[in-house]
Design a protein around this ligand. Structure first.
Ligand code: GCU
Length: 633
């Protein structure tokens, strides 16, 4: 192996030991913190000259030192304070036109004042940075992170000082075969500090994470697990859920963990119609964490998905993490509200957030609005399945995806991957990951978006990995990729040999908003609409259909979509343009969903009706029996 790679691996190992990387702090929203969002200076460094010297050795006097000339003849060839500024959080591609296509390294610097409290630990928290980030505080190396869609944090207590401090981050979004996602994917490779940055102060011993969940069997008791950052016993933690009349002090075991049960008298379960959230307060050592938690159970029974024990049909749509009316990354409640209002207008009670964990505002806003969520790991297409680093990276991203949203009632499905190629190394990789996911969280359902094989008039879903998941999901572009006779759609057969609920996780077609013509003219709204009309007929025939997730809500930026005057670097399969302009197919899908609501509603009504009828009949029989016996007397 080339000397350089040996050096790199050695460096990686030393690095891991040195890194002040600590497990993700759960519920950053409910903790005491101050924000480092705002203006950051940035330096574009195409050749990583701020990191490596001209012999490609890692320099110990790189840009991370934030050096300033001390004497007039000193040579310092960079100056952050003279460099342009960018509003963080954001991607750099839509913030600076010169960086629209840029893939490489950009250095970011933020200065801030701080007053040390000797009792406190200081933690530097990032919502997400794409892709590889190396973090320095006051010129000291703090840590490194790979993966663009999950939170991470470092303990910087040793490096922070009274007065002025500076954080410098080397962000590199270059695509690499061993990365997750890998070299090719059908969305824009947005680079940068895309989500919030915080300084969090905690006591030396603090609550690291917790999980409150409704017990599947009783659907009454609440199972709780609270974990400190230190293995220490007998530490009292106060748990308050005022609305449920719960106020309890429990003590940690030798591992610094509390696992217990709460038995509230009456609990209102979280549902899309009534997304009830309870205020939960955890008090430990004068520190308080506040959260809003909903309680529900999610299970499968044969081909049904059960929410709180009741069958539910998931009326979904695929959504990318894009700020409405723009092409850039989303990251606020305002963004989430607009996107969800479009989804609800379509008739949805469910969103598949593709193909990576979305920003936390989206999850929490959806939870408040009663929208169920499918969250997915970016194991997309052809990953380096045989590379152990890639597997560890997948595990890390999965851990952080699950940990961040583990208390979100609306998150019901973890998806492990999308359209991955069948094969033994893939199967081993994904089976191990699924096993690990079940250990991390056994309260939610697992799936992966697989691919369909079409033979003659039959759509065949038989990817072996479907044996390992709870829900069988597949993508199927009937009438878009490859020529078919759409009018045959209704006669198409389905071969889905699993006694499991089925979700069609992608289907659809492209159209340019406002482009009209005959329905056999590709890219017209009529063509797209026609594909939907026939696909919906075909989909109706799926036995065990528990959800539909058309591809997708809005057109979005993709480097793989280069057809000028039509795509112009956008995937045009949205029901709406990137500006929210609705295409014809939006209304076809909406009508189908409202029919589903009625159907399911009628079913419910029917069910209620049947029950009330039975009760009524019973009363009738009872009263006539009473009169009969009275007459006899
Ligand atoms: C794929 C893939 C999407 C992609 C879509 C398309 O199935 O999962 O990420 O954008 O199809 O081709 O438009």
């Amino acid at each position: 192996m080339h000397k350089f790679f040996i050096l790199l691996i050695q460096y990686e190992i030393i690095f891991k030991i040195l890194s002040q990387d600590i497990p993700q702090l759960i519920n950053i929203f409910g903790r005491k913190k101050f924000s480092l969002n705002g203006k950051w200076n940035y330096i574009v460094d195409i050749q990583d000259s701020g990191y490596y010297d001209y012999r490609l050795s890692i320099s110990d006097n790189g840009f991370f030192m934030n050096e300033k000339p001390k004497n007039p003849d000193d040579l310092v060839e960079y100056d952050f304070d003279k460099a342009p500024q960018m509003d963080i959080p954001s991607d750099w591609n839509t913030k600076d036109d010169k960086l629209f296509f840029y893939e490489g390294t950009i250095w970011f610097k933020k200065s801030f004042n701080y007053t040390i409290n000797p009792q406190k630990k200081v933690i530097l928290y990032f919502g997400a940075i794409n892709y590889e980030s190396i973090i320095y505080v006051n010129g000291k190396l703090i840590g490194k992170h790979k993966g663009g869609f999950t939170p991470f944090n470092f303990d910087i207590t040793k490096q922070i000082k009274n007065g002025e401090n500076f954080v410098i981050i080397k962000v590199d979004n270059k695509r690499r075969i061993e990365n997750i996602p890998t070299l090719i994917f059908d969305w824009w490779n947005f680079g940068g500090i895309k989500r919030d940055v915080y300084i969090v102060e905690t006591n030396n011993i603090y609550i690291q994470n917790y999980h409150f969940t409704l017990d599947k069997q009783s659907k009454k008791q609440i199972n709780i697990k609270i974990e400190l950052n230190t293995k220490i016993s007998n530490k009292p933690i106060e748990i308050l859920i005022p609305e449920l009349g719960i106020s309890k002090i429990l003590k940690t075991n030798a591992n610094g963990i509390i696992s217990d049960i709460l038995n509230p008298k009456k609990i209102v379960l979280w549902t899309p119609k009534n997304p009830k959230l309870y205020t939960v307060i955890l008090k430990f050592d004068e520190e308080e964490i506040i959260d809003k938690i909903g309680f529900r159970t999610i299970e499968v029974l044969d081909k049904k998905i059960l929410l709180n024990g009741n069958p539910i049909f998931l009326r979904g749509v695929n959504v990318h993490d894009i700020k409405p009316f723009t092409d850039g990354r989303a990251n606020s409640y305002a963004d989430a509200k607009i996107i969800l209002s479009w989804a609800k207008d379509l008739g949805c009670n469910f969103v598949r957030l593709v193909h990576y964990p979305h920003n936390e505002y989206m999850i929490r806003e959806a939870e408040k609005e009663g929208i169920l969520v499918w969250s997915e790991l970016p194991l997309y297409w052809t990953i380096a399945w045989d590379n152990p680093d890639t597997y560890n990276n997948a595990k890390n991203q999965l851990t952080d995806m699950v940990l961040r949203d583990i208390n979100r009632a609306n998150v019901i499905i973890w998806s492990i991957s999308n359209e991955t190629p069948r094969g033994s190394s893939r199967d081993i990789f994904l089976s191990n990951l699924i096993e690990y996911a079940r250990k991390l969280d056994d309260t939610r359902l697992l799936t992966m978006a697989t691919e369909v094989i079409r033979i003659g008039g039959t759509n065949i879903i038989n990817d072996t990995m479907n044996n390992n998941v709870d829900i069988v999901s597949f993508n199927n572009y009937y009438g878009w990729y490859g020529k078919v006779n759409l009018t045959e759609a209704e006669k198409m057969k389905w071969f889905i040999p699993y006694n499991k609920p089925v979700i069609i996780s992608e289907f659809g077609a492209g159209a340019k908003y406002g482009y009209h013509g005959e329905k056999n003219y590709r890219w017209t709204e009529e063509f797209q609409d026609n594909v939907y009309i026939y696909n919906l007929k075909m989909i109706e025939n799926i036995d065990g259909l528990a959800g539909t997730v058309p591809w997708l809500l809005n057109d979005f930026l993709s480097p793989r979509r280069v057809l000028n005057e039509i795509q112009d670097l956008h995937n045009r399969k949205g029901f709406c343009s990137e500006k929210g302009e609705k295409k014809l197919a939006f209304y076809t899908m909406r009508n189908w969903y409202f029919k589903k609501i009625e159907e399911f509603g009628n079913l419910k009504v029917l069910k209620c009706f049947t029950i009330s009828f039975i009760v009524f009949a019973l009363i009738k029989i009872w009263t006539s029996l009473c009169t009969l016996s009275n007459n006899k007397e």
